[in-house]
Design a protein around this ligand. Structure first.
Ligand code: NAD
Length: 465
């Protein structure tokens, strides 16, 4: 059922507004305090706070914070906060979310938020007896674990189960005890690590071995998020191509990734473009999400795409994704970083599970966006303008010269650093000449001469007849 209080995520023309106007439009949907506006515009993270977060701080590092529009997941609208440095990610997500909204549906689900804590036990006198004893003492192990986190237990979470696995390694046999912990709305690493550390002495006594590592596993395969998109092929109809051809192209692109790990890595990178942007924006641990996703993609011993695209007999395009999603709405930096707090408010999720479902859906939409453009116009057309701006900036352009240089490179279809430098030098030369003319006029106090006709921009290699 749609949430009555969820604001619409349709923001027509949002991309054409200035940053200030976008903030006004956002504030009309999610009330923003003066402090939050200040944080977004001026100081996302105060250096004093950064200094409390990690060691050896010498400053803060800024990244764009954007909002992707048009998302409707499980019949509820979401504005998706995204922090990402790569151009086109946000625009592509919002564009494809709109197509799906108009021609299809996104649904998502998740498992209980269960993380795995691993305890490695070595130097065992009798590995098999040790394994059996751990399983026999399951209840005692769970009780010790649950004494460590009364908050989690009171919230309905806590240690749920124990597993014991014998590993044959190049350093001899080892027993690995898995503690399965329902971490509710936390990412859970600290909570699980604390429990595993508290169990060390007891497990040593029980097994006669020596406990070595006690740490959460980032292959969080008991904490999965799933999303599904079903969309009519007409969603992809354009002047130059039929949507059904694009939909078939998306399925063929997926088949390519299933058969080829080189392609699968890029396929999954496209998924993570969306997921990471949301994970970073909400102050979550994106290394944990990345590690979990790629380990899960290789769980059968071969690296595979995390999503699968198919056509129904009626020709509708259906995509599905499943991956570990260890995200929190409490703990870590989620409540420390002011913009992460705001991002969670913009999203309006009620739990970490809901956040995980949204993240899976964003990943699948981002995946469809990339496959759609690859199967139609190719990735570069959509990327070009913003990419050209970045090339212009890295070549030294600033202010108005960014658009001047970028637009000229797009017109020429050659977006290159050397060309950006050349165009920039040309623009600077002309600006210098203009300044000189103005100075001369001021000096002479003579009436203004007619402005000279602007010279056409010259391309390399074509300067001479
Ligand atoms: P945390 O310890 O900051 O917060 C979790 C605690 O919050 C719980 O133990 C519980 O006591 C309390 N809590 C309050 N309300 C809760 C609710 N509604 N649901 C659940 N718990 C609630 O953080 P964490 O989530 O245990 O750990 C996350 C941090 O650990 C991240 O910063 C991550 O980068 C870091 N970390 C990751 C790894 C790894 O991924 N391998 C290893 C070590 C640390």
């Amino acid at each position: 059922m749609p949430e009555p209080n969820a604001p619409s995520s349709r923001l027509p023309g949002f991309y054409k507004l200035s940053v200030e106007e976008r903030l006004d439009a956002l504030a009309a949907l999610v009330p923003l305090s003066a402090e939050e506006r200040y944080q977004l515009r001026k100081e996302a993270l105060a250096v004093g706070l950064a200094d409390q977060m990690v060691e050896n701080v010498v400053g803060v590092f800024g990244l764009p914070f954007a909002v992707a529009a048009n998302f409707r997941i499980n019949d509820r609208d979401y504005l998706i906060p995204m922090t990402v440095e790569e151009s086109s990610v946000v625009a592509a997500a919002g564009h494809v979310a709109k197509l799906v909204r108009e021609h299809g549906r996104i649904t998502a689900s998740s498992t209980e938020p269960v993380m795995i804590g691993q305890t490695q036990i070595v130097d065992l006198p009798d590995p098999e007896t040790a394994r059996r004893r751990v399983l026999e003492m399951r209840d005692r192990i769970l009780a010790i674990a649950n004494e460590q986190d009364p908050v989690l237990r009171d919230l309905g979470g806590g240690a749920r189960d124990v597993e014991a696995r014998l590993l044959d390694t190049r350093r001899g046999p080892m027993l690995v005890v898995h503690l399965l912990v329902d971490v509710r709305d936390a990412m859970g690493a600290n909570a699980v690590n604390t429990m595993c550390e508290a169990l060390a002495l007891y497990l040593e006594g029980l097994t006669g071995g020596k406990v070595l590592l006690r740490i959460v596993s980032n292959l969080a395969d008991r904490r999965l998020a799933r999303a599904r998109i079903e969309v009519a092929p007409e969603a992809f109809d354009e002047r130059d191509w039929k949507g059904s051809v694009v939909a078939e192209g998306v399925v063929k692109a997926c088949a390519f990734a299933e058969a080829d790990p080189w392609r699968a890595a890029t396929h999954n990178k496209g998924i993570m473009n969306g997921i990471d942007a949301l994970v970073v924006a909400t102050g979550n641990d994106w290394r944990a999400i990345e590690a979990g996703a790629h380990a899960y993609a290789a769980r059968d011993g071969r690296y595979k795409p995390l999503s699968r695209w198919d056509l129904t007999p009626e020709g509708r395009l259906v995509g599905e994704i499943e991956l570990p999603m260890a995200l929190g709405t409490v703990g870590g930096a989620t409540k420390v970083h002011p913009v992460a707090r705001l991002a969670l408010r913009i999203l309006g999720v009620a739990s970490a599970r809901e956040l995980a479902e949204v993240a899976a859906a964003v990943g699948l939409v981002q995946n469809l966006a990339a496959l759609r453009s690859l199967a139609a116009e190719g990735i570069q057309r959509g990327h070009m303008t913003l990419h050209a701006r970045n090339v212009a900036i890295s070549a030294g352009a600033a202010g108005d010269s960014v658009a001047l240089v970028a637009n000229q490179m797009v017109r020429e279809g050659r977006i290159r650093f050397d060309r950006a430098r050349q165009l920039l030098r040309h623009a600077l030369k002309r600006a210098g000449e203009e300044v000189q003319r103005m100075e001369t006029r001021l000096h002479d106090r003579s009436p203004e001469p007619p402005a000279p006709k602007p010279e056409p921009l010259k391309e390399p290699g074509r300067d001479k007849p």
